[in-house]
Design a protein around this ligand. Structure first.
Ligand code: SF4
Length: 369
């Protein structure tokens, strides 16, 4: 099987006990595959006392906010006592993600992990992809070959745009325009639609003209749109306090934060490229879902929302003298954990069509910050 992945994919190493936010302490239920569950049962050594089963699926129950198998050094006691082959598939693979299309597979690592986030952000402006072969058997899930080809082509164009010379604001607006255009074609004709849009968006000057055609909203309109989207985010459910606290602080200091944007850009010009890397991650990971019927607009809108929110958070940290690359990684990871890796993303995909606060007009305005 051919695997397509970011060029740093194979270099990923979990930092284990050195990790500042071990994924075994994130409050997630950890799913255990059947084989691992049956193996634990056969060991009969009490492991299953910490596992709950529901509708045929098995989960490690969090205890005191962490995986009960985590030892005092932040290491996995199951792995240490029973060997690396004894841990479940998710524990073995996290934060890697995959998508299978017959003999072709896409892979990457998620931003919910600080080490993975560091890799993505360090590749700012220059995220490259590679292909390698594995001896894995082809996947037999059906998909439309022509549509996948067109979606991948369009994704390449978008990633090229994100790593090209437009401003961050122009790039986010370009994603939204692409998403809105993709609403126009029927699913049956989606391959042709993506192909045509890829052709149009490959022309950078044309994209700049499209974006500039949106006009320049007033500062009051930008602040109002930001407030509405922050209100939306404040209404979501979160596992931990860090992200909702940041949302509340940003809401309370919005004018000050928007006013400090220029100073932030001058002080930390590299941050823009890092936010583009966050956008490349989003587009790389989620845009291919369009080849299986997923819609482009909510995925591209989530990308724009992610970049905008991290930027506001960055600027707030800058104003407080706390912005560093490490702080940037923590913000990116926290948003990923609480929004991307939660039910919030599914809610957003629906709300983007029904909640006026998330209308394309507002999302284009917040991209001005
Ligand atoms: S968050 Fe990443 S680096 Fe930290 S323990 Fe989990 S996989 Fe390892």
């Amino acid at each position: 099987m051919k695997v397509h992945a970011p060029s740093f994919f194979k270099d990923f190493r979990c930092t284990g006990s050195a990790c500042g936010d071990n994924c075994c302490r994130m409050g997630w239920d950890i799913e255990i595959d059947d084989d691992t569950y049956n193996y634990y049962k056969s060991l009969d050594c009490g492991l299953c006392e910490h596992i709950t089963s529901e509708d045929g699926e098995h989960y490690i129950k969090q205890e005191n906010g962490q995986c009960p198998f985590l030892n005092e050094k932040g290491l996995c006691s199951v792995l240490l006592e029973h060997g690396a082959e004894s841990i479940s598939e998710i524990c073995d693979q996290h934060p890697r993600f995959y998508q299978w299309f017959g003999g072709y597979k896409e892979a990457g690592t998620g931003l919910c992990c600080e080490e993975s986030a560091r890799q993505w952000l360090e590749s700012a402006g220059n995220v490259r992809f590679c292909e390698f072969d594995t001896d894995e058997e082809d996947d037999d899930l059906k998909f439309d070959v022509e549509l996948l080809g067109a979606v991948i082509k369009a994704r390449e164009v978008l990633i090229g745009l994100l790593q090209g010379g437009l401003s961050l604001s122009q790039k986010m607006k370009a994603l939204l325009i692409f998403g809105l255009n993709a609403q126009e074609f029927e699913y049956d004709d989606a391959a042709n639609g993506f192909e045509a849009l890829a052709g149009e968006f490959a022309d950078c000057e044309r994209v700049a003209a499209l974006v500039n055609g949106l006009g320049a909203p007033s500062r009051d309109d930008i602040v109002s749109a930001c407030r509405q989207v922050l209100d939306y985010l404040a209404g979501l459910d979160y596992m931990k306090q860090m992200l909702p606290d940041a949302i509340e602080q940003i809401r309370g200091r919005l004018g000050e934060i928007i006013g400090a944007a220029k100073g932030f850009d001058e002080a930390f010009p590299e941050a823009e490229g890092q936010l583009c890397a966050v956008a490349v991650y989003n587009v790389y990971r989620y845009f291919t879902e369009c080849a299986r019927g997923g819609e482009a607009l909510p995925r591209l809108a989530m990308c724009a929302l992610n970049v905008w929110f991290i930027r506001l958070w960055d600027i707030m940290m800058f104003v407080d003298g706390k912005f560093t690359f490490t702080a940037q990684i923590a913000a990116v990871k926290e948003f990923s954990k609480e929004v991307e890796y939660s039910d919030n993303v599914d809610a957003f995909y629906e709300d983007v069509y029904t909640d006026g606060r998330l209308c394309a007009d507002n999302l284009a305005k917040i991209a001005e910050v």
